[in-house]
Write a protein that binds this ligand. Structure first.
Ligand SMILES: [Zn+2]
Length: 311
């Protein structure tokens, strides 16, 4: 975990709310790139877990890591000086098993690049891990290269609303996102909540949409990929579909020929089905949208204490 950033901000923010020893902060680095390193990590982590001398009412776990852009796997450590990635569920099991008793019912924040949720297999593995460790709520981002600083204000908002003020996280999410257009320009946000009694996990995607700059939560490049022209795309809206056409008249063909508009580079985006416009932060041309919640019935086994010992 790098020093500073949103985690340090959260620590500084939370300390005054827990006077008299009610707040404990643990910063754990990991390198599990080899079997030997995994055992070393397990020993260190189990020792740290043993220092958690009381049951905390609120537990917040923040994992900061890079992901493999193609697979969504999380980087687990180094082998012979080279970084290696591990499958998400396996990674989470190695990393969190020593703390499983302490973190059950807590909140998880994944500060990792977006392939972890964009890739179906890794996102499903993340869901399994969320159930496996009993996180009541989890937050993830889908930006291709997540900039941690951009998440800071949102994390402060949502942690204040839930841990300090006691609001339900689903009710608090729209307000916490509200005016954070800089986060919306950078990343969509996912919320996963878990009802362990019913073995049901629900997840919801929140996207920020701007009519011209981020149509329906999609990145619109500043430069045309065909002709390289930096530009403001020419938008045409037809019902729920917005089409953006390169403004350079020679795009897609012979420069001298001034090709027809049909050959110019185009992007088309359709309003996601069932997207609901959120009122906090809504402007004429932009708003946060909530996509329909997906319910997943999981078959992940309930946590076993022996898994921690078996690392
Ligand atoms: Zn072009």
């Amino acid at each position: 975990m790098p020093p500073g950033g949103p985690v340090e901000m959260l620590r500084q923010f939370l300390i005054p709310y827990y006077p008299g020893g009610g707040f404990k902060f643990m910063d754990i680095e990991f390198d599990m790139g080899t079997t030997v390193k995994q055992k070393e990590y397990a020993t260190k982590a189990l020792h740290l877990a043993a220092t958690i001398e009381q049951e905390y009412r609120n537990v917040l776990v923040v994992i900061t890591d890079h992901t493999d852009q193609d697979s969504g796997d999380l980087f687990i450590g180094e082998t012979r000086g080279k970084p290696i990635a591990g499958e998400v569920y396996e990674f989470m099991t190695c990393l969190l098993s020593p703390f499983e008793r302490a973190i059950r019912g807590g909140t998880l924040v994944m500060l990792a690049c977006g392939s972890i949720v964009r890739q179906t297999a890794s996102f499903e593995a993340l869901q399994d891990a969320v159930v496996r460790f009993g996180f009541s709520a989890s937050i993830a981002f889908d930006a291709e290269h997540l900039q941690l600083a951009v998440t800071s204000s949102f994390l402060l908002n949502i942690i204040e609303a839930t841990l300090i003020e006691g609001h339900d996280i689903r009710a608090a999410f729209p307000e916490a996102l509200g005016y954070l257009y800089h986060l919306g320009m950078h990343s969509n946000v996912l919320l996963l909540t878990c009802d362990l009694e019913a073995s049901v996990l629900k997840y919801t995607k929140y996207i920020w949409s701007h009519r011209d700059y981020r149509p329906w939560g999609n990145d619109l490049p500043l430069q045309c990929p065909t002709c390289g022209t930096p530009q403001q795309w020419k938008r045409h809206t037809d019902g729920n579909t917005s089409t953006f056409t390169c403004v350079y008249r020679g795009c897609g063909g012979d420069h001298a020929a001034r090709t027809d508009v049909v050959t110019r580079h185009k992007f088309s985006y359709v309003r996601p089905s069932g997207a609901m416009v959120l009122q906090p932060g809504k402007r004429m041309q932009s708003a946060w949208l909530m996509l329909p919640t997906v319910t997943v019935t999981t078959s992940v086994a309930v946590p076993l204490a022996s898994e921690a010992a078996g690392l």
